[in-house]
Design a protein. Structure first.
Length: 144
């Protein structure tokens, strides 16, 4: 076996698309979203996890948000969306943290990264990504 294979990890990323709204800085607005989760395992694993299973878990996580707008203050219906009140402002960062908390229960081994891509129908998007901290590395740096 190639000696570098011992340092390798096999990863698999699954992504879904959803549409829901959120209220940030007092403005309610909707987006198409992409939610990506990455799991990892040993390099010689036949599969880290079935992709269909991870996609199903992602769909279940965002299903309560479909047709809703995430908010920290109930403003009543907005453009057909009903409010789903959170105890904090539903920024993209907070959405990522809540999804992570859900996924880590459903995928107790191997979850290493979650990305929430907030996009527009036009020419831009932004991604907020949570990654598992790998701890100190040689040379004193942290992360991957």
């Amino acid at each position: 076996m190639n000696p570098t294979r011992r340092a390798l990890r096999l990863t698999m990323t699954a992504a879904i698309h959803a549409r829901f709204a959120h209220r940030v800085d007092g403005l309610v607005h909707s987006h198409p979203w992409s939610i990506e989760a990455t799991v990892e395992g040993p390099a010689d694993a036949a599969k880290v996890m079935p992709a269909d299973d991870l996609e199903s878990i992602l769909h279940q996580a965002v299903e309560p948000w479909r047709g809703r707008y995430l908010t920290d203050e109930d403003l009543g219906p907005w453009k057909g969306y009903l409010p789903l009140v959170w105890d904090t402002e539903p920024t993209v960062e907070e959405i990522a943290r809540r999804l992570w908390d859900h996924l880590v229960v459903e995928v107790p081994h191997g979850l290493v990264s979650l990305a929430v891509v907030e996009s527009t129908e036009f020419d831009r998007s932004r991604t907020v990504r949570l990654t598992l901290d790998r701890g100190p590395r040689p040379g004193g740096s942290t992360g991957f």
